[in-house]
Ligand binder design. Structure first.
Ligand code: OAD
Length: 245
């Protein structure tokens, strides 16, 4: 049982505008590895930061394709956890609520959140690396990377890689939500990847109360108003119950 500070409970009860940024940690209790966790099996020898780049795809497309195919299988088999569902409840209670996620696993959609900004795309979708056309069906287990039916370009996951730009409209909407909110949550993210990591600071500079929920302290922790360290799948449902239950 967690005791939440009364001033936070009071603030949330009255809040008209909230923004939430989530990272891989919120999906950890759904059985998905976080981005920077040690990799398993075949993939132990590779660093995620070195696979998730346009350069890696240009030089070793099959390796990068296979890594995403492996993660796509995991994402397809995963179910939302209590943390995802608590955010669905929060969206119902706060009139102006924006969920910003760096996750590519689609679990917020599956849980039933409505207003979601996916800053890093969605691993379940695949598009052509040349012409951008989305593929409806493709074979995961081919010798070669599958190709676009329209232009024969190599297919790639519809995610944002390191060194690529974030989708502009989504990013602008995320910055607006961070600047306008009264309460900003940073949940399950290591806070080391820009520009997502800067959102908490943007919110704070405009006077929002910043709350962190993470398994461990992060570089953001010294700059937040409230930090709760533990599992988001346990802390978030308790918070929602305490405030609105
Ligand atoms: P990271 O893997 O960097 O960080 C995951 C965070 O979740 C860590 O701070 C953990 O302490 C925390 N965590 C783990 N389990 C948790 C739990 N059960 N409850 C709460 N917190 C938990 O993942 P991200 O911050 O999401 O982008 O990484 C950001 C981006 O880096 C990724 O989206 C990826 C990479 O660039 C792309 O691939 C485009």
């Amino acid at each position: 049982m967690i005791t939440f500070p009364p001033e936070l409970v009071h603030l949330l009860r009255k809040a008209a505008r909230a923004a939430v940024l989530t990272g891989a940690g919120i999906s950890q209790e759904s059985g998905l590895r976080t981005f920077r966790d040690a990799q398993a099996g075949l993939w132990v020898q590779y660093r995620p930061e070195e696979l998730a780049t346009p350069r890696a795809f240009a030089s070793t497309p099959k390796l990068v394709w296979d890594w995403y195919a492996h993660r796509r299988r995991a994402a397809r088999g995963a179910q939302p956890n209590a943390g995802h569902y608590a955010l669905v409840e929060m969206e119902k209670k706060v009139p102006n609520f924006t969920l910003i996620t760096q996750n590519v696993d689609g679990l917020h959609h599956l849980a039933g959140s409505k207003k979601i900004l996916e800053l890093h795309g969605n691993i379940l979708n695949v598009r052509c690396s040349q012409c951008g056309t989305f593929a409806d069906d493709w074979s995961e287990e081919t010798e070669e990377v599958p190709r676009c039916k329209k232009c024969n370009g190599l297919l790639r996951p519809n995610v944002v890689w390191f060194e690529e730009s974030l989708p502009r409209e989504q990013l602008e909407a995320a910055v607006r939500a961070a600047r306008n909110c009264q309460v900003f949550f940073s949940i399950g993210t290591s806070g080391v990847v820009q520009p997502a990591a800067a959102l908490a600071h943007a919110a704070r500079n405009e006077g929002a109360v910043v709350v962190e929920i993470n398994a461990d302290p992060t570089p953001l922790t010294p700059n937040v108003d409230f930090a709760f360290h533990g599992k988001s799948g346990e802390i978030l449902p308790e918070l929602v119950k305490t405030v609105w239950g």
